[in-house]
Design a protein around this ligand. Sequence first.
Ligand code: SF4
Length: 267
Amino acid sequence: MDKWEFFRDYVRERMNRDKFSISVSSVVELADCQVKSLLMSSNNPYGGAPNKAAILGTLCHNMADLHYSDNDDIDSLWGRAYEKTVEDFREYEDSASIRMLRSNRDWFEIKSKMRYLKAFVPWAEKEGVPVYTEKKLQVGYVTGRVDRLDLMPNGLGYLVTDYKFSTRSPKGRILERYKLQLAGYAYLTRQNGIDVRKARIVTFLNASHREYVFDGDELEDYVEDFEGLVEMAHEVYQTLLCGGKPEFGGLDCRTCWRKDICKILRG
Ligand code: SF4
């Protein structure tokens, strides 16, 4: 059995049950590395360490989501966000992340409360109530969770927002990737009948925030690029199902959180 047989079975089995999906982030990853994209969207048999930063990010997103629906104190809001995060990882059958969440519960509690209270709360109070937050959308087999949707003043269409809870300001290729990801959310939202005209990344950096807004031709170009990657995803999965293999990237091998598994697949 070649090393990719497990992935073929996984994809086939999910397709047969109409459960096959690829996240917007996995689609974006295709621009750099097909293998990493596949590892992001499949429950792989080679294990690998869970991504602590991704877990912390999910916790912060869940706190931000509950912000508008929960008037409870910070401790009970955090407790609810924690349970929701466990459910999120269970949904993706990622028990390694759940184990990490449980064994580092105190660390996650301190870090996520700090990021939520210091940067998100003052910003959210000024912004007012959105149309929705953390909404799951699907088009074909592309899925994504849209962090926030707002109606723009004077009926000028809708604004889609992606939150990034980070300690660093994104630049260069990272910012490009974030924009492409956000274009993916704009694509999903539009395909669900909503007239998105503007897109915005908001990074919550320690006690401050920064906004990156794009619209007009720039937004259209990114959405077009994203649509190209959706086509590429179709080809990559067809190739895999027909016995072929995905291609190894990429520009980010040094920092890739799947490099240990990648070594096994290359070997
Ligand atoms: S280590 Fe490099 S080639 Fe391997 S999955 Fe990561 S980005 Fe792709």
